[in-house]
Design a binder for this molecule. Structure first.
Ligand code: TRP
Ligand code: SF4
Length: 329
């Protein structure tokens, strides 16, 4: 732990393989931040349980697979501290105490909570655990005195609640031992899926970081192009083409400019354009595939254990301070 560096904490729920949208939206950000921050990245397996307690998922395997995706895409265990939330019991201890001081109204008014209740209407998430999801998230953050938390837009209300809880705790106990965290919002807009909707596992429109070369090639063949371009001689409009949006993200800027020009003037056909797009995406994924071959379950479990011990040390100290205030007045 480097005391001069800004402490940063972020978590991800283990809900399945990561896709290019995760890479562009989250992992690229983490990769940059791990160089300059004292970073703790953890698998939020308790959070996953709040929405999938009925699904009998193997959260242990899902957690290992998630960390395999992280490391293969360039998160380095030598730089960032990687661990599993449920391996640090202090998260649950702080969560319990914070639950005591959190007004129900803050949780019931949380817009992300209301949204999710509607969106996940097929699941029974009318539970105490789901309502208090942001309290657990606050514990994740406050336990480590995180100054910065990289998150997506939908997580903003949760971070606001973390700050409010920190403030309330400090006020109630006349202390300043909990640090109010700042969010770092990822700038990149969401990557579209092959069908033009948001890239998401549930739509079956994703390109996964763990896809093979041929899977990428075949998936791109199904990608949505300019719908008005039926014959190769039709002039195209790259601005409404999903394949082009991938070129913009993953191809060299010279190639992007060339393709844009050639599409508008019908000098390139969609078949060739898609082939070139799959080359760019495979160029990104190939090094990940190479790293992945060395990432056995045992290696990953080792990494998580080392990361976990370091995190536990910090968490233990914080809980000592918190418990002293709460129980010894
Ligand atoms: N709720 C976050 C999400 O779904 C995951 C998460 C759990 C998290 N605890 C966190 C993110 C703490 C940042 C900090 O994306
Ligand atoms: Fe899209 Fe490329 Fe076809 Fe133009 S040539 S419509 S950019 S796939």
């Amino acid at each position: 732990m480097n005391l001069n560096k800004i402490r940063l904490v972020s978590g991800m729920r283990p809900t399945g393989k990561l896709h290019l949208g995760h890479y562009v939206g989250v992992l690229e950000n983490w990769k940059n931040l791990q160089n300059s921050r004292d970073s703790l990245f953890f698998v939020a397996d308790w959070h996953a349980l709040s929405t999938s307690y009925e699904d009998k998922l193997n959260l242990k395997n899902l957690s290992i697979d998630l960390v395999r995706d992280w490391i293969s895409s360039g998160i380095e265990p030598e730089k960032a501290n990687l661990f599993i939330q449920s391996s640090i019991k202090e998260h649950s201890e702080l969560y319990l105490i914070l639950n005591m001081i959190t007004p129900l109204g803050w949780l019931e008014r949380n817009p992300t909570y209301k949204d999710q209740l509607q969106q996940l209407s097929s699941k029974d998430i009318n539970s105490a655990g789901f309502l208090t999801y942001p309290v657990l998230q606050s514990a994740d953050i406050l336990l480590y005195d995180a100054q910065e938390v990289p998150i997506g837009e939908d997580q903003r209300p949760h971070l606001e609640i973390s700050r409010e809880i920190a403030r309330r705790f400090n006020f109630l106990y006349g202390s300043n031992i909990l640090t109010e965290p700042k969010e770092i919002l990822s700038e990149t807009p969401k990557l579209s899926g092959l069908d033009g909707r948001k890239m998401s596992k549930s739509y079956g429109n994703s390109i996964y970081l763990s896809d093979s070369r041929d899977e990428v090639i075949n998936k791109l063949k199904t990608g949505k192009t300019d719908p008005n371009r039926i014959k190769k001689t039709d002039l195209g409009n790259p601005d409404i083409c999903i394949i082009f949006s991938y070129h913009q993200e993953f191809s060299h800027s010279d190639e992007v400019a060339e393709i844009s020009e050639n599409c508008k003037t019908a000098k390139i056909g969609c078949v060739e354009c898609k082939k070139r797009c799959s080359i760019s995406i495979n160029n990104l994924l190939e090094p990940m595939r190479e790293i992945r071959t060395n990432l056995t379950d045992n290696y990953i479990l080792d990494v998580l254990e080392t990361g976990g011990s370091k995190a536990r040390e910090i968490a233990k100290k914080k809980m000592q301070q918190v418990n002293k205030l709460v129980f010894e007045g």
